[in-house]
Ligand binder design. Structure first.
Ligand code: PLP
Length: 360
């Protein structure tokens, strides 16, 4: 199978498998005071510190959650009395966590309209939280988070960023971004499923949304998933490796897009995007037809957001970008990663062209 669905989930990295397999099968509960508990606590805190170091978040808090979805829920539901201004292209776990979010419009490439955000910030009274993602899961479009955060701060708003698709793929630095809260998830960058985290400044007035034994400094009750936390930390790589992989994926992305144009329409093409993510419309051929064709060819990819796949509907992201319904219903998302090769990209190009020639 040629796997081109890394934005849905990435294969477990060998070093993650190795570290998780080497964990002793012991009754590890980081809250226990006995020796085993203390050993578990030590390993959990090491994992927490590794993740904090990667985002240069020394001095920030990191709360482990069960997923990126839960981290987004905690960020938005845990702040009481705040009006949420979220970009219209956010992941549904952000849009559905906020009570009546005010949507920040985006341009035709899916980039947040900063002038519109400023108007909204000027108009709105009371405590505000601005939530804009680092990288779009469907288009790969990168948002100008540092500029958005500076603008939001000017109007006294707190800032949250969903970095689930950016973390591990591009450098993510809490200080440079200027955000108060950041959501990340392990399985998008080669870590295990079942673990994410919310990283936040210490002064964010957040309350827990899951109540119980007071774990995770009282922000998220429930016995910690130690093996997954250790695996998450093992998935992170240094800045140099990220840079090299980005360059490699950029070359593959260019190979792909140059071969498909001019017949294909690449959504978000004029914006800065994640290297390796291309949302491609094949005019006149539905997403369903394409997915079936590619599946038969042994190529795994999505029609858009994995979280709503299984049912192919027109995405709210493309609606917000003003993409015509017909074009929006003819997209597939190619998302490459660590294991993707130039030969696989060529196989995809050949399969794409074969279908296009046959059906149009
Ligand atoms: N945010 C973005 C941008 C995503 O792409 C996803 C998953 O696709 C999520 C949040 C949810 O993350 P998780 O699968 O860890 O719940």
């Amino acid at each position: 199978m040629i796997y081109l669905d890394y934005n849905a989930t990435a294969p477990l990295k060998p070093q993650v498998k190795e570290v998780m397999n080497s964990l002793p099968f012991l009754p590890f509960n980081p809250s226990s005071v006995h020796r085993l508990g203390r050993e578990a606590r030590k390993r959990l805190e090491e994992a927490r510190n590794t993740l904090l170091q990667v985002v240069k978040g020394e001095g920030y808090r990191l709360v482990f959650t069960a997923s990126g979805t839960e981290a987004n829920n905690l960020a938005l539901k845990g702040l009481k009395g705040y009006t949420v201004l979220a970009s219209a292209v956010e992941h549904i776990s952000v849009l559905r966590s906020a009570e009546q979010p005010v949507l920040i419009p985006v341009d035709g490439d899916g980039v947040v309209d900063k002038a519109a955000l400023e108007r909204l910030l000027q108009e709105m009274k009371g405590p505000k939280l601005v939530s804009v993602m680092v990288a779009g899961n469907e288009t790969g479009v990168l948002q100008p988070i540092a500029e958005i955060a500076a603008l939001a701060k000017h109007y006294g708003a707190l800032v949250h960023s969903d970095a689930v698709q950016g973390f591990g793929k591009i450098p993510v630095d809490m200080g440079q971004l200027g955000v108060d809260m950041l959501s990340i998830s392990a399985h998008k960058c080669g870590g295990p499923h079942g673990i994410g985290a919310l990283i936040m400044k210490r002064n964010v007035p957040l309350s827990a949304i899951i109540h119980g034994g007071g774990q995770e400094l009282g922000f998220r009750a429930g016995t910690e998933n130690l093996a997954a936390a250790v695996g998450f930390a093992a998935a992170v790589v240094g800045a140099e490796e990220i840079e090299e992989e980005q360059q490699r994926l950029l070359t593959l992305q260019q190979q792909l897009e140059e071969a498909l144009l001019p017949e294909a329409v690449i959504l978000g093409k004029n914006a800065r995007r994640l290297a390796g993510t291309s949302l491609i419309a094949m005019p006149g051929v539905s997403s369903e037809t394409q997915l079936i064709h590619f599946d038969l060819e042994g190529i795994a990819l999505s029609s858009g957001s994995a979280c709503s796949s299984g049912r192919v509907t027109i995405s709210h992201v493309l609606c917000a970008m003003g993409v015509a319904e017909e074009l929006a219903s003819s997209v597939v998302r190619v998302s490459m990663g660590r294991g993707t090769t130039a030969t696989e990209v060529s196989r995809f190009i050949a399969a794409w062209k074969a279908l296009y020639t046959k059906t149009t």
